[in-house]
Design a protein around this ligand. Structure first.
Ligand code: ADP
Length: 451
């Protein structure tokens, strides 16, 4: 049990977690870097502690500083949010070793799911459908690598076992490109992730990104909370998400959802997590599991009525899951636009001072943001400054609410990607639903060519 939670993150998610803690009667400690000093959202915490300079490596990624802050402030639990230390197995272990509760799965689970080769093996064992390709890492011998690619059939994708954030992947269209691509990716993986292990799978040409949220307690109970579609991506970064994923057969989805819960039971998973799939021609293919809260969790909250962060905290406190699968009913449709401080044409970040911040509102509109007029967007971190979430009885209604919300959201002082979102939500293909993961980039290059 714990009564004080240290929030090892910043920005909107720190505030999101703080609200859930207070609603449960828990006290909060927020840590911040010098780059976030003076930010208004820190005032909502019961205590705020500076843990180092603006550079993430010396503050939000410095596990020793975070744990020291927890011990010094009397916090008994640490919530890592997303990004930063949230999927760092050594951090989860260090938090436990310090006698604190890590709000997330244990180190062994994070390590296993963070190694994509091990994760894929565990999923296959649990009967979760995976992208075609051999189990296990790529061998070193050229002939064997070539034989594997031939057996899968081109195009294939080479991926780093330790990869993440859309890095450490290379698509190969023909045998001539194969070995150079393997060497390059191996070298990149060694440098970026400290792990040269690679694997190969079929490259799917026009998949959608569909994911399943799960929630598990420490007593072997778990539920899945419906689907999300995050196909609108640029450079593998999600831009707009929705729940449920449109046009997917309910029974097929339920089968996969149930498999995900069984996989959690098999690996002893605790807390919230997400199974990410590519979905093509009516079939699901597992690509990875995120062992943490995700940016897009609000669309699931709006459609299920379940406060995912509250549940996450309850599970970490050792409560028995009060929800059964039959209690999970999704209602209507929800959308989320990620609003970034960036140029809507070039995507270059635009840090600076926000001089006007007029938020939209009304029925079915939710804003998750730590920003206010006068807030200075620091240049050191991710450029997301707000999430606009709308919910409606139907996808059409959620979209109409999103169009109105985006039109009324007024930001001055810095450029944002609001104009891009305003265009996306009127794009015919997106409005029709079920676009694939390449749609946004195709749409952007057409826009580029026309301008
Ligand atoms: P990361 O952990 O870096 O996000 P993922 O394995 O989740 O890596 O893959 C990121 C993105 O790369 C996917 O959302 C998809 O767009 C693309 N991708 C990954 N694997 C495949 C594949 N087998 N076929 C087609 N696209 C893929």
């Amino acid at each position: 049990m714990f009564d004080t939670v240290l929030i090892a993150n910043r920005g909107e998610i720190a505030l999101r977690i703080q609200r859930a803690c207070h609603q449960l009667g828990l006290k909060t400690v927020m840590v911040y870097s010098q780059g976030d000093a003076g930010a208004a959202y820190l005032q909502h915490a019961d205590q705020a502690l500076c843990i180092g300079p603006a550079a993430p490596g010396q503050s939000y990624l410095d596990s020793r500083a975070v744990i020291y802050a927890a011990l010094a402030s009397g916090a008994q639990a640490v919530h890592p949010g997303y990004g930063f230390l949230s999927e760092n197995a050594a951090f989860s272990q260090a938090v436990s070793d310090a006698g604190l509760t890590f709000i997330g799965p244990d180190a062994a689970c994070i390590r296993r799911m963070g190694d994509k080769v091990a994760a894929k093996r565990a999923m296959l064992e649990a009967g979760v459908p995976c992208v075609p390709g051999p189990q296990g890492a790529l061998p070193e011998e050229r002939e064997r690598i070539e034989a594997i690619a031939l057996e899968i059939g081109y195009p294939v994708i080479i991926k780093a076992a330790g990869g993440g954030g859309g890095r450490g992947m290379r698509v190969v269209h023909s045998a001539a490109e194969l070995l150079p691509a393997v060497s390059l990716t191996r070298e990149e993986a060694r440098r970026a992730f400290g792990n040269p292990e690679l694997y190969m799978e079929k490259f799917l040409g026009h998949p959608r990104h569909v994911e399943i949220q799960v929630l598990c307690d420490r007593h072997g109970n778990g539920v899945w909370l419906g689907s999300r579609d995050c196909s609108l991506q640029r450079r593998h970064q999600k831009v707009l998400e929705e729940a449920p994923a449109p046009g997917i057969d309910a029974q097929a989805l339920a089968r996969v959802g149930q498999r995900c819960v069984e996989a959690c039971r098999l690996i002893g998973y605790q807390g919230v997590g997400t199974f990410e799939f590519l979905y093509e021609d009516g079939e699901f293919f597992f690509i990875e599991m995120n062992t943490r809260l995700q940016v897009e969790h609000p669309v699931t909250e709006m459609t299920t009525g379940i406060d995912i962060v509250e549940q996450q905290l309850r599970m970490a406190m050792g409560e028995v899951l009060s929800l059964r699968q039959s209690d999970i009913v999704t209602q209507g449709h929800a959308l989320e636009c990620r609003i970034n401080a960036e140029d809507p044409q070039t995507f270059i970040p635009t840090p600076g001072t926000v001089t006007r911040w007029d938020l939209p509102g009304g029925i079915g509109v939710r804003i998750d943001s730590h920003v206010c007029a006068g807030y200075k967007v620091p240049p050191y971190y991710d450029s997301m400054i707000a999430k606009v979430i709308t919910h409606g009885a139907t996808r059409e209604q959620a979209l109409a609410r999103m169009r109105t919300a985006l039109a009324q959201f007024a930001v001055e002082g810095i450029s944002t990607n609001l104009p891009l979102h305003r265009q996306i939500v009127t794009d015919n293909a997106f409005v029709a639903g079920s676009v694939d993961i390449h749609h946004l980039e195709r749409w952007l290059s057409t826009r580029q060519a026309e301008s």
